[in-house]
Structures are given as structure tokens and as C-alpha cells.
Write a protein that binds this ligand. Structure first.
Ligand code: B12
Length: 220
């Protein structure tokens, strides 16, 4: 009984830490939530709801860029705790496949992308996370180096989704389009856009990325 009360208390405090840009509290509450056995999925979902609300308020002109930076920084801190926990419990079993992941050029949003990594690692994929603002050249280099089955591209801005399209075009030009399955995601993308640019897959949430990857690899 107490568990349920604590659980919602901890998640509330975690959300509060994002609203108040309190990195220390974010770290502390994420650690506590894990200690209480709350599923990573639920921890991440709670924080996602909060940061989206902050984004909406920013969109309405009620909050400003430093607010987004502060909230994102607290959220990143909490995600790193969740990720470390997942890696710690990661079993040394054979990986399902390799995914090269990054946020496209011109775009520095990394929270959603990092969540995709977290869920994929939890489901036993090897993930090469290139980071943010990644040019098509760097994606190509990574494909040559790591030989991944999947290339995962994140984009949050209506201006940077064009870069997802461009990367697919570059893969075609280089004659390596058939070497990798390309999946896309991020707030500015849709299934329609994925179809339009000829991506192999799209998902609206990070939690569903592993299932998408397994399906594309015929492993489910
Ligand atoms: C935090 C934030 C920032 C932070 C980012 C910090 C960081 N470390 O990431 C900072 C302050 C740096 C920032 C900057 C800017 N931002 Co900003 N930002 C946001 C905000 C509030 C939250 C984004 C976020 O982290 N969401 C939470 C995560 C979990 O969600 P997500 O990224 O969508 O990812 C989920 C799914 O999409 C999916 N997913 C993500 N990637 C992938 C990939 C694959 C392959 C798959 C399968 C799934 C998947 O999984 C995730 C979880 O389920 C959004 C608002 C919003 N509603 O999204 C605005 C928002 C995206 N930003 C916006 C803008 C305008 C900007 C700036 C241009 C502001 C400015 N004037 O300078 C700059 C651009 C900088 C740049 N060049 O990239 C606009 C975009 C508008 C548009 N239509 O293009 C938004 C929508 C805010 C708004 N309402 O106006 N931003």
C-alpha cells in the first residue's frame, strides 16, 4: 500500500525537479524511483509528459529558452540514471543487431534520441549513438565502420526533417541504400512523412522503437 503512495510521490517529485530545473533533485528522484522498482518506461513517460507541457508553454510564449534549457538539463540528468541502471542489469547475451543512431544536422535536441537508445539497449541491441547535429557524411562513415542493420534518425524541428530525407538520398547515391533499414522519429515527424521519403519505419515513441527494429529484422 505504502509502495503505491511512494511511487506517485517519487514520480511527482521527479516531475517537479524538471519544472524547477533541479538537476540534483532529478538525479535523486530517478535513483529513488528505480530503487522502488518503478519501470523505466513509467519513469521516462512521466518526465516526457512534463517536458512536453513545458514545450507547449514555450510555444505559447509563457516560458523562454532558458526554461527549456534548464528543464532539458534536469531531464537528461534523470535519464542518465535510468540508463546506467539498465546497462548495469544488462545481460551479457548475444545482441539482436546494431543500430547507428543520431539527431540530424542542424538539430541539437537529444532527449528523445537518448530515450530511443535507452530502450534499444534494454532490449539487447548494440547502439552506436553518434550524438546530435550529425551530418550525412558522419552517418555514412558510421555505417561503413559499424555495419549496422539499422540507421535511426531523430529530428525535432520542421526545418530539420528535410535532413532525414537528404540522408536517404545520399545512401541511394552511394549505392548503399539496401545495406541498412532506415527508421525515423522525433516530434516533427509522422508516418506520412516516413512513407513520403521512403524510410523503412517510423514510431511515435521511443518505447516502441525496439519492436519496430525487431520487426524490420524479422526477429519477432
Ligand atoms: C527541450 C527542448 C529544447 C532544448 C533541447 C535540449 C536537449 N538536450 O535536447 C533546447 C533548449 C536546446 C531547444 C532548442 C530549440 N528548440 Co526546442 N524544444 C524542446 C522541447 C520543450 C522538448 C523536446 C523534448 O525533449 N521532448 C521530449 C522527448 C522525449 O520527446 P521527443 O524528442 O519528441 O522524442 C520522443 C519521440 O518523438 C520519439 N523519438 C525521438 N526521436 C526518435 C527517433 C526514432 C528513430 C524513433 C523511432 C523515435 C524517436 O521518442 C521520444 C520518446 O517517446 C520541445 C517541445 C516538444 N513538444 O517537443 C521544443 C521544440 C521541439 N523546440 C522548438 C524550437 C523552435 C527550438 C529552437 C529553434 C528555439 C530557438 N528559438 O532557438 C531551438 C533549436 C535548436 C536546434 N538547432 O536544434 C520547437 C520546434 C518547432 C518546430 N515546429 O520546428 C518546439 C516544438 C517548441 C515549440 N512548441 O515551439 N529545445
Amino acid at each position: 500500500m505504502g509502495g503505491i503512495v511512494n511511487m506517485s510521490d517519487t514520480i511527482s517529485s521527479l516531475k517537479e525537479s524538471i519544472i524547477t530545473y533541479n538537476r540534483n533533485l532529478a538525479r535523486e528522484m530517478a535513483t529513488k524511483a528505480i530503487g522502488e522498482g518503478i519501470e523505466p518506461n513509467d519513469i521516462l513517460a512521466g518526465m516526457t509528459e512534463t517536458i512536453r507541457k513545458i514545450g507547449d508553454d514555450f510555444g505559447k510564449g509563457e516560458l523562454f529558452l532558458p526554461d527549456l534549457v534548464g528543464a532539458a538539463s534536469a531531464m537528461s540528468e534523470a535519464i542518465s540514471v535510468v540508463e546506467a541502471e539498465i546497462e548495469k542489469s544488462g545481460k551479457e547475451i548475444e545482441k539482436i543487431g546494431t543500430v547507428v543512431l543520431g539527431t540530424v544536422k542542424g538539430d541539437i535536441h537529444d532527449i528523445g534520441k537518448t530515450m530511443v537508445k535507452t530502450f534499444l539497449v534494454a532490449e539487447n541491441f548494440r547502439v552506436i549513438d553518434l550524438g546530435v547535429d550529425i551530418s550525412s557524411e558522419r552517418f555514412i562513415e558510421a555505417i561503413e565502420k559499424y555495419n549496422p542493420e539499422i540507421l535511426a534518425l531523430s529530428a525535432l524541428l520542421t526545418t530539420t526533417i528535410a535532413e532525414q530525407n537528404r540522408i536517404i538520398e545520399v545512401l541511394k547515391d552511394k549505392g548503399i541504400r539496401d545495406k541498412v533499414k532506415v527508421i525515423i522519429g522525433g516530434a516533427a515527424t509522422t508516418q506520412e512523412f516516413a512513407d513520403e521519403i521512403g524510410a523503412d519505419g517510423y514510431e511515435a515513441t521511443a518505447a516502441r522503437a525496439p519492436r519496430l527494429c525487431k520487426t524490420l529484422l524479422g526477429k519477432e
